[in-house]
Design a protein around this ligand. Structure first.
Ligand SMILES: Cc1ncc(COP(=O)(O)O)c(C=O)c1O
Length: 376
């Protein structure tokens, strides 16, 4: 596992000129995220997901507390992604109220699996259609599950980033509405709603932590295009407003666009097959808003091999003592693999840079359950 420090924090360097549009996202964020949560609360399947306290594991790792928010329980979809897709669709329909017709719409997306499943589910629940593009190498189980949500599925011969472009072209050609979880110039509003939708995870976590009377000191976040991590960093940071709140990002080594961007101090795209067991994180191009937020708030980024994700799955599946068992997919569990290596390996200097000690209250988020239909 490799780590790169944020080259912008504490160095006096300035990476970008003032970016008013991106700063705008952070303004009044909490009320917008609360609106998303209020929308989620109207859904019959809504229930806050569990925040597990793994005290025995925390003791073993030499930290004060370890919490795992378990998004495998979300909406019966085994991943958090339905939060973003459902809120985005709600906002799209709300904004079209005066445009006729709003019946029989087709929502289009590209996905590693989880976002597509969330979108197909949200479209079906509202009586609309969905077309979901999947990159080459997608697990057939994931493909089938999306079809079962009623989507038309198109398996491409390209990697994730090129598949996104195909979905965009398709939506344009067939009058569909692209619901993508990343941004580019001219395509910002819908991904922003998706990010706000993810915010429900942070708000629920804050409520639970308050009941325990604790504030997190370290939050480990896995990144694909980075929209999820951006939502968490900006909400926790806005809410707690504490200097000592440390965010640590984790990416697969074969799709480490944030790591590379930090390393080279500029926006970087990773090319190739992006082949990793962390399918949810297999993205070669960062969402520019997420990159901006990472540059502002993340202390650094780990770029890790697949075995660490497998290790994370194993740790969560075989709890210590009274700690609960958590079924996780590789993209969900990789942060646990990193935490374990960091605390138990010979990373003394890094631990001290990140200020991880017996006072630390660590939060990780298991973003998916058994999404590849593996046997446990
Ligand atoms: C399980 C899981 N975790 C994390 C992520 C990362 O989210 P993002 O692409 O917004 O960084 C994804 C994205 O698909 C995912 O499926």
């Amino acid at each position: 596992m490799d780590f790169v420090k944020n080259p912008w924090i504490g160095s006096g360097k300035k990476n970008q000129e003032v970016q008013p549009a991106k700063e705008d996202f952070l303004r009044n964020l909490i009320p917008r995220v609360k609106e998303a949560r209020e929308f989620h609360q109207t859904l019959t399947v809504y229930r806050p997901t569990s925040l597990h306290n793994l005290q025995q594991k925390a003791d073993k790792l030499g930290i004060n507390k370890l919490y795992v928010k378990d998004e495998s329980e979300r909406f019966g979809l085994q991943a958090f992604k339905g939060l973003g897709a459902s809120f985005a669709l709600n906002q799209i329909l709300k904004n079209r109220e005066n445009d006729l017709p709003s019946k029989d719409l087709t929502f289009v997306t590209a996905t590693d699996g989880n976002h597509g499943r969330g979108l197909a589910w949200a479209a079906k629940s509202l009586g609309h259609h969905s077309v979901v593009f999947l990159p080459k190498g997608t697990d057939p189980y994931r493909l089938r599950i999306i079809e079962e949500e009623g989507a038309k599925v198109i398996l491409t011969d390209s990697n994730y980033d090129d598949t996104v472009m195909m979905a965009e072209e398709y939506a344009h050609k067939y009058n569909g509405i692209l619901v993508q979880d990343t941004m580019w110039e001219g395509y910002k509003e819908i991904p922003q709603w998706i990010i706000e939708g993810y915010g429900t995870i942070a708000l629920e976590t804050i409520d639970e932590l308050e009941k325990d009377g604790v504030t997190p000191t370290h939050i480990f976040l896995q990144a694909g295009v980075g929209s999820f991590a951006a939502a968490m960093m900006s909400i926790f940071k806005s809410y707690y407003d504490r200097e000592d709140l440390t965010f640590i990002l984790v990416e697969p080594a074969r799709a480490n666009c944030f790591y590379q961007s930090f390393h080279y101090s500029e926006d970087t795209r990773v090319e190739g097959d992006l082949n990793t067991v962390m399918a949810g994180l297999a993205c070669g191009k960062a969402n520019p808003l997420a990159l901006y937020i990472a540059e502002k708030f993340a202390s650094g980024i780990f770029s890790v091999e697949d075995d660490l994700a497998e290790k994370g799955v194993d740790i969560l599946a075989r709890p210590l003592g009274e700690d609960p068992k958590i079924i996780a997919g590789e993209s969900g569990a990789v942060t646990m693999g990193v935490l374990e290596s960091l605390c138990k390996g010979s990373y003394r200097e890094l631990r001290s840079f990140l200020d991880i000690s017996d006072r630390s209250v660590v939060l990780t988020i298991n973003t998916e359950g058994n999404t590849s239909g593996k046997l446990y």
